[in-house]
Ligand binder design. Structure first.
Ligand SMILES: *[C@@H]1O[C@H](CO)[C@@H](O)[C@H](O)[C@H]1NC(C)=O
Ligand SMILES: *[C@@H]1O[C@H](CO)[C@@H](O)[C@H](O)[C@H]1NC(C)=O
Ligand SMILES: *[C@@H]1O[C@H](CO)[C@@H](O)[C@H](O)[C@H]1NC(C)=O
Ligand SMILES: *[C@@H]1O[C@H](CO)[C@@H](O)[C@H](O)[C@H]1NC(C)=O
Ligand SMILES: *[C@@H]1O[C@H](CO)[C@@H](O)[C@H](O)[C@H]1NC(C)=O
Ligand SMILES: *[C@@H]1O[C@H](CO)[C@@H](O)[C@H](O)[C@H]1NC(C)=O
Ligand SMILES: *[C@@H]1O[C@H](CO)[C@@H](O)[C@H](O)[C@H]1NC(C)=O
Length: 439
């Protein structure tokens, strides 16, 4: 079988229906874990299992190309593998006096913040379970600013059709859910509109978008039918570039106010996605970019996932050029890839090939624009684990099959791309030292 995997992508015999060069371990994994493949719209919330580890998180980023700015937020919840934090919180509820309960929960939160801040490795340490960050890029030269807030699970509610979530997202039902965290976050998604409002410290970011531009037909995401596999982490891109009708950023401290939205000839767009599973992986690069004038968009995730004790190099990626009618999507079953990354120089090159397409995503961000560490969901709660820039440049080259040969069909440079380095793929495999703390 090994020989087959070595086959040059340029000389595939026409009889092959699928790209032959598939990582053996991934196929083995699929055979072991395969259940009921389907294509689903996974933006809606998933049912929380009785026992952790489980996490779920959403992400939205807007790009206002006319103003050279890009603002985003992410938030998520972790149901931890260890019960410490939960026991602690239950202990709070044994108290009778409302003030005492409040004080107790606040102590838990302080403890979690401390653990998070010092990145404690101790097994008994308690990490935050509900987290949000804003991601603020006002110009192309400064470090991505990431004001961060932590909350108690009690502060957080996720409802579908106005009720608790009792069913996982199904094949084609359009999303209809709302996530609320205290007075600080509301994220309401329906098939034609997404509304958001996020307050962290002195920062307020809100707005709304129209319908999503989906990754694929019928609710298909980057994982395609792999979405139904019990993988340790899942990734769903809900919208490649929704039209932003209105957005507003207010800084209560500095008085800075920015208001914007799509105007004829000057679109503002939003990328939206979510992750869920057990925890973020050991190492990854994630990127996403849009050139709305050219109707071009891409996104990829590439790194090391661990399943059944095996470390597997995996990627999911896609490139769309609406004007040229190009749509290339790659998952571990239909493609081979290589990733060369350097978190210190802020560069990553993903080369990925399947039968019909071969795409090179060449990303680079000025290292100074990479943020301090953002939190990532781990089995014990949120820990610092990745850095990100909103001013990366993406050079994408596309070859497509024309008969027996692969022909260059597109070459495009996308500015204001998002680029993230996670865990071992950060510079020196660790969070950069911080000059200040944000709480
Ligand atoms: C946006 O950035 C580009 C390139 O850096 C620059 O040419 C342009 O003037 C900037 N536009 C605004 C509105 O700042
Ligand atoms: C965690 O363990 C350390 C040392 O064993 C102990 O000092 C500390 O109090 C423990 N913390 C919690 C929250 O149980
Ligand atoms: C970029 O933003 C920073 C902080 O907001 C500001 O100090 C700097 O002058 C800005 N640079 C440009 C070119 O606008
Ligand atoms: C969303 O828009 C489509 C097309 O305009 C319409 O058919 C549908 O009823 C709308 N859905 C909701 C929930 O308003
Ligand atoms: C939540 O919002 C309030 C204002 O409503 C703000 O004062 C507070 O700092 C926010 N909490 C966090 C953790 O950012
Ligand atoms: C776009 O490409 C798809 C196949 O990828 C094809 O089915 C469709 O007809 C093409 N559309 C146009 C307008 O060329
Ligand atoms: C990474 O490690 C190198 C060599 O030890 C060091 O010179 C550099 O400052 C480190 N960079 C960061 C961002 O930690």
């Amino acid at each position: 079988m090994g020989k087959l995997f070595q086959q040059s992508m340029d000389n595939l015999p026409g009889v092959l229906v699928m790209c032959s060069s598939v990582k053996f371990s991934f196929i083995a994994l699929l055979m072991i874990t395969m259940i009921n493949p389907c294509i689903c719209n996974q933006m809606d919330p998933h049912v929380y299992p009785n026992r952790g580890p489980f996490f779920e998180g959403w992400y939205l980023r807007i790009i206002d190309p006319g103003e050279n700015l890009s603002l985003g937020f992410l938030f998520g919840l972790v149901l931890p593998i260890e019960q410490h934090s939960q026991q602690y919180q239950k202990h709070c509820h044994k108290l009778v006096n409302q003030l005492e309960i409040k004080r107790c929960l606040n102590e838990v939160l302080q403890m979690q913040k401390h653990a998070y801040d010092s990145n404690l490795k101790a097994h008994n340490s308690s990490f935050p379970l509900v987290y949000t960050s804003l991601l603020l890029s006002f110009n192309s030269t400064t470090k991505l600013d990431t004001p961060t807030g932590f909350f108690n699970p009690d502060d957080c509610s996720v409802t579908k059709d106005g009720r608790p979530v009792t069913k996982n997202p199904d094949d084609l039902t359009p999303p209809n859910f709302e996530a609320v965290i205290s007075q600080n976050l509301s994220f309401a998604v329906t098939e034609n509109k997404t509304m958001f409002s996020v307050t962290v410290g002195n920062h307020i970011f809100k707005g709304f978008t129209f319908a999503p531009v989906p990754w694929g037909p019928g609710g298909e995401g980057p994982e395609s039918w792999l979405e139904k596999m019990p993988l340790p982490i899942h990734w769903f891109v809900y919208s490649l570039h929704s039209t932003v009708r209105y957005y507003e950023y207010v800084n209560l401290e500095s008085g800075k106010i920015i208001r914007g939205g799509s105007k004829p000839g000057a679109p503002v767009i939003a990328h939206m996605e979510k992750n869920w599973g057990k925890s973020f992986p050991k190492a990854w690069v994630w990127a996403e970019g849009v050139d709305i004038a050219a109707n071009v968009a891409f996104s990829f995730s590439s790194g090391v996932i661990t399943e059944l004790g095996m470390d597997i190099d995996a990627q999911l990626s896609g490139y769309r050029n609406g004007k040229k009618n190009i749509s290339c999507s790659f998952n571990p079953v239909n493609s081979v890839h290589t990733l060369v990354q350097d978190g210190c120089s802020g560069t990553a090159v993903l080369t990925v090939k399947c039968l019909d397409c071969a795409v090179t995503f060449d990303l680079s961000a000025p290292p100074d624009t990479l943020s301090y560490c953002l939190a990532t969901p781990q089995v014990v709660g949120f820990k610092k684990g990745c850095v990100e820039s909103y001013v990366a440049t993406a050079r994408v080259t596309v070859h497509q099959r024309r008969g027996v040969s692969m022909v260059l069909t597109d070459s495009h440079t996308i500015n204001q791309a998002a680029l993230e380095f996670g865990e071992k793929y950060m510079c020196n495999g660790s969070c950069p030292p911080e000059v200040y703390v944000y709480w």
